[in-house]
Write a protein that binds this ligand. Structure first.
Ligand SMILES: [Cu+2]
Length: 271
């Protein structure tokens, strides 16, 4: 992948070179996933957040050998919600995720479908996979070093999305290995959280900040109807995080325990 000027970056992906397709499931259906491992090394795929039998969970105990296909079947038990999938191989989870293997899972159900919510995927229902990486001098992904230096949203370094002038729904995933994000909109524009890891909340909650830990998902609504021809940015206000949270400028005790401050920004620009 051409992330930075100079050498291409070696990546991993699902059905492509980076990340993977969003899987959209219906509550109550039985699904069979066919995971064909073409990485040339063992891997697994874990359905993070979903209630599935242990043998279908894709944890470290069910490695898929290079070249093999793993075909778990399971019933979709979740309410409408947002989950994700990623490798979970013993000692290699971070490596394979940070090199690019991850994707979203959206579960739909009749209750959610009956609500007046934006749900046109990619138009007013926008997936945002927030991740961080570090690149070495040869533009290759550094594995296992917490000093990440770049933020990628949906695998891009300068992310923006053209959105309609209405209420839009963002499905947020913190897919970073270690950083906690403290998300908000520029100008402290308020937004409403409607969903968490467990699905829809009983009622929307108005916020100006949303703290999202690694692996965590959230669904939010942003009203862009007043932003004719303008843009607004989704930013992580990391400097507001208290010390000792990884993602704050000072995540640990002592002067040596600092990490570079990163500000994931996604520009939402009105069409
Ligand atoms: Cu996970």
């Amino acid at each position: 992948m051409p992330f930075l000027p100079g050498p291409l970056t070696q990546t991993m992906g699902v059905n492509g070179t980076l990340l993977g397709p969003t899987i959209i499931l219906q509550q109550g259906q039985t699904v069979t996933m066919n995971v064909n491992n073409q990485l040339g090394e063992p891997s697994t795929i874990h359905w993070h957040g979903m209630h599935v039998p242990p043998e279908a969970d894709g944890g470290p105990h069910t490695p898929i050998a290079a070249g093999d296909t793993w075909s778990p079947s399971f019933a979709v038990l979740e309410r409408a919600s947002t989950h994700w999938y990623h490798p979970h191989l013993h000692m290699h989870t971070n490596e394979q995720v940070v090199k690019g293997i991850a994707g979203l899972i959206i579960v739909r159900d009749p209750l959610e479908s009956a609500l007046a919510l934006p749900r046109t995927y990619g138009v007013d229902d926008i997936p945002l996979v927030l991740q961080t990486k570090q690149f070495d001098a040869n533009n290759q992904v550094v594995v296992g070093d917490a000093l990440d230096t770049h933020v990628l949203v949906n695998g891009t370094l300068d992310p923006y999305v053209d959105v309609p002038g209405q209420v839009v729904r963002l499905r947020l995933l913190n897919g970073a290995s270690e950083r906690v994000l403290n998300l908000g909109l520029t100008g402290n524009h308020a937004f409403h959280q409607i969903g968490t890891d467990g699905g829809l909340l009983a009622a929307p909650v108005q916020l100006t900040r949303l703290r999202l830990a690694p692996g965590e998902r959230a669904e939010v609504l942003v009203d862009l109807s007043a932003l004719q021809g303008q843009s607004i940015e989704l930013v992580s206000f990391a400097s507001e995080l208290p010390s000792a949270i990884y993602g704050a400028a000072q995540p640990g005790m002592g002067a040596g325990q600092t990490i570079p401050e990163l500000h994931p920004r996604t520009r939402l620009q009105r069409k």
